[in-house]
Design a protein around this ligand. Sequence first.
Ligand code: PEP
Ligand code: MG
Length: 753
Amino acid sequence: MGHIQLLCDIAELNHLFHDSISVESFMQETVEMAARHLDADVCSIYTYDDADRLLMLRATRGLSIHAIGDVCMRLGEGLTGKALEARRCMRVEHASEHPQYKYFAGINEEPFESFMAVPIVRGVTRIGVLVLQRRAQRPFTDEDELACKAVASQLANIIENARFLMTRDLTPTCKPPATIGPELRFIKGKTASAGFAHAAARVVDTHRRFGDLLQTAFEPGLSVMDLDAALAATAEQLQQLQEQVEEKLSDAASLIFASHLLILKDKKFIGPMKQLIAEGIPAPRAVLKIAKEYIDAFAATADEYFREKVQDVEDLAVRIVGNLIGHVEELADYHDCIVVARELFPSDLLRMSSENVRGIVLVSGGVTSHLSILARSLQIPMVITNQPALMDMGDNAEILIDADAGNVYVDPTPEIVSRFEERNRAQAAVRASKGGVKPRTLTRDGTEIRLMANINLLSDIAVAQEANCSGVGLYRTEFPFIIRNDFPSEQEQYVSYRRLVEGMAGKPVTFRTLDIGGDKVLSYYQNAREQNPGMGMRSIRFSLENKDVFTKQIRAILRAGAGADIRIMFPMISSVEDFGQARAVVHECAERLAACGVEHNPAPQIGMMVELPSVVSLIDAFATEVDFFSIGTNDFIQFMLGVDRTNEKVERFYIPHHPAVLRGIAGIVAGAARRDKEVSICGDMAQQPAYVPFLIGLGVRTLSMEAAKIPLIQQTVEQIELSQAEALAADVVQQTSAETIGRLLGVDRQKGI
Ligand code: PEP
Ligand code: MG
């Protein structure tokens, strides 16, 4: 059992990774370690290249080292290829007698008959295979398999990050020139994450910093030793950043800087630089030249994954050159400034948050709704504008962002600044005078309304507790998936989920299973491009299609929910069959956990999100199946009205008070009531005061919202007289005009809040 404990511990692999000098040496040390702990005579790693569907031996302990880089097999070929093709472990006692066995001459494999191949996969992406072999008569056990799988799942992330280093294809391309626009002092943008910030601007344009360096003339004089010192300093700085992120956001951290660190270890990256320096090229020029070759190769592909790598290489090259020429202080320091950027990845937001960025202005569309949600969770005010000219503003310009209204002021006048400062003081005073939020929320006539919190990251728990929420009505489990570099393992998910459950101290917690696809992109999940991802292989469809990912998540939820009030709900359910299949997975997982004696919650309530119009007419059929409903109005409106919720061009058609939307919600609430099933609202409508009387009038008694909105909604509920709300709801559902409804609900008056 000892070796399992050891291998399940990621720390040892991480140490190996950080201490090794190249990807190759890391893999070699990993096989040595795994062979030692599992008492195997042979341990090998094969990596898989999807383009030519070939597996190649990359590291081995026990076979001939000449086989490294030489032994290849196709997907499905031999026991190893079969394990990867089927994405399942192959355990065989007499390998050479197995019909699938493939013999390779001259690699000294003959004596090792006990065989175990564990696929290295991330979700559905095939990455490689970890193979262990022993002499005959020493078969592998279930425990060995478990330990080997634990190692393989950790290896997946690291090898996947090294994949692009091993397979790059150097084809240069040109980048378009930067557009220069007029200087602007006031820009009307869109709120992505509310709040206020007033600070110096920091224009984040790695492309330009890198481009500027390319144009710089460097003095000769720096040696290969100076490069080594700069590389070591860069690695040290990245390590520190990694630690900062982990400290602040434990559930989201993962190895954000893994690919940076891997590139730093890559001999093919560093070797040619040293060669150029030895030939007399100034050291910074040598770094930039080689980095440029990588960048051009990555930029030539249309793949999102590689686009992200372009930024990584640029960022890394700028850091190395900064360390070489002593301008480190200029590197990506976001403390107390407002970042102005063209494009950001979720991992950028995490880094910036860990350095206490004050606010963010994104200067061109291209923002997923989840980048905004993440900014809200991180409490970073963020505005999206359509003004690329802001990128030319230069650092240190003073900016004020009023993200509540989506306004950006460049170089604001003293009057504007003092107006905002006054407003902020007044708001702070109101907050202070109100004191804490009451634990129960009652309408004027005493009807209780439960106000629950929507949680995206574990850092939201503190705000939710402060706001005295009645529990978690929606935990968007996809966030740790979106912002990481890989699929989190069952154990990693369990740890996060358990922290949420414990953080809620006995209050109910509703887990929504993975809701990815559409605009919630996993940069590491290479799915076939879809014409219309919003209606593609997403949400529950993704989970049912990728049962291994789904099963791991459900097991983690059930384990984390042991002894607690947890609920599970599925997103984007379109048919009763979808729901039945998803629920069956929960039941199967619970049975397996019980059979293995693993502590878990055997019978959580199982419900569904209502986000698709197809549910409305089938509500009675659904209501006999589910334990509860939660209406996701964000998607419900989008699909009811056929309006992309992230497309500003059609924003005016996205009308929450459209009669079809409100009648749809009324139908769901009534259908749920007929079967005595709870229905809550967890989309943005629940946190907009204008809709609250209508929803309560329909019979909704649970609203789930961003925790920061709970005080406002509590005040709203306390103004409501149930009989009046019921009369209002009855009136509204009779109407056929959005304009009339808008007037009845007072929607216009509250526009923009
Ligand atoms: C919704 O669609 O209303 C919802 C709550 O889910 P998300 O915003 O995460 O898609
Ligand atoms: Mg949704």
